[in-house]
Design a protein around this ligand. Sequence first.
Ligand code: CP3
Length: 340
Amino acid sequence: MTSPRDGAFLRATRGEAVDHTPVWYMRQAGRSLPEYLKVREGVGMLESCMNPDLVTEITLQPVRRYGVDAAIFFSDIVLPLKAVGVDLDIVPGVGPVVARPVRTLEDVAAIPDLTPGHVRFTTAAIRSLVAELGPTPLIGFAGAPFTVASYLVEGGPSKDHALTKAMMYGAPDVWDALLGKIAGISAAYLRVQVEAGASAVQLFDSWAGALTPDDYRRSVLPHSAAVLAAVAGLGVPRIHFGVGTGSLLPLMAGAGADVVGVDWRTPLASAIPLVGDRAVQGNLDPTLVLAPTEVMTSRAAEIIDAGRTAKGHVFNLGHGVLPSTDPDQLKRLTEFVQGY
Ligand code: CP3
């Protein structure tokens, strides 16, 4: 294997034959790794994301330890907002917190569009990473409009997304302006990452499962589709993932990605017929990595078997690696998937 294009990950996203099922994990870098906790000592999350040397090191850590088939760029979905000047922080144990939540058209208009000049540290980090990674592909990512809007409207993490949905139902003009603004920022951020050398991109709509199919189709899908369309011509596969999206999968597939990420609640075998002529990614329950090894690997085997009936299959967890995960167990899972 000489270039990322020939490797199992990119081949699977294109629906080509692979010598093993490729595997990577959402949140494979981060708090489950002692080497991550060590380099992060005394450095804030956003500060880390803006330091190309640290981003390079943290992104490489899980590749070294697990031998996964792809790296995911170490950043956060709110980083581009921070880069254009939105006053926010990522609070340990809480998540993104926004100082002045968005409520009006004026609030939306005050958010600048993203230009490459806002994220020069991203370009620098990706160039250095791609050189270090060699044949291992790098996945760039951005937050989807609904999930990012939820942080901007609620001012922080939310279980029910009540203020966000209240805006969607009650102030459709503000809603469309806000989602259009975020779509533009996410598309520009993805483009920067691909132009710097990322081999694939993933659009994270983690909280889309809070929506009914009708609301998703009317108020959210057009904006996610716009992000995916904006990077369609760049020659890299686009992955579209959300959590709790069992009833949304056909719509999410219709938003135009090449690969549909499936969360752990939906059996992969039932997801495959819902996504059309597309590859799938997923979807072992992250808590199974905390289970006895034989339990974990037997469930992984079922998922790989189901994945063989899809156009292509990239193995992943059905959401991010849990902080309490034992890295040795994730290493065993990786070896099992690659050798199955
Ligand atoms: O390994 C990777 O997947 C790449 C890094 C990555 C992070 N955030 C690093 C991070 C990615 C892809 C994200 C995306 C992200 N951020 C999403 C979508 C993916 C998902 O998990 O659904 C969302 C919803 C966010 C918002 C966010 N940022 C949350 C909910 C949190 C966790 C808060 C907490 O402390 O429990 C963050 C912070 C964050 N992003 C951390 C990391 C490693 C933890 C901060 C730390 O280590 O100090």
